[in-house]
Design a binder for this molecule. Structure first.
Ligand code: FES
Length: 111
């Protein structure tokens, strides 16, 4: 995945926006990243990724939002592309783990 790929499908927030928000606003808790366009306040799918970026920020290892891999969330295997990320989110939603926010990017068709 690249920095312009979407991380929060519920509120259309890119990886670049989230990383830049953390670097500029220096939140004290991961939950404060929700102030970045509502990221993480819909279905909840993206929260592990937001927490990962926040953890990297706290550890001083958060890299600028350059093209690269998305990395691995705490409870999810590592998506290698935006399509895989979207498919994993769709599975998460269809299994009843979260409800997309109104206006969220639609789920891809089920297989
Ligand atoms: S994808 Fe971020 S809250 Fe649903």
């Amino acid at each position: 995945m690249h920095s312009d790929d979407t991380i929060c499908y519920c509120f259309h927030v890119s990886k670049r926006k989230i990383i830049n928000y953390i670097r500029v606003h220096r939140p004290r808790r991961a939950s404060q990243v929700a102030d970045c366009g509502g990221a993480g306040t819909g279905c909840g799918w993206c929260i592990p990724f937001i927490k990962k970026y926040f953890g990297q920020f706290e550890a001083g290892t958060l890299q600028p939002a350059e093209p690269g891999t998305l990395g691995q969330g705490p409870d999810q295997h590592e998506p290698t592309s935006a399509e895989e990320y979207a498919a994993q989110r769709a599975k998460y939603i269809r299994e009843g783990h979260g409800r997309p926010a109104p206006g969220a990017i639609p789920l891809p068709p089920a297989d």
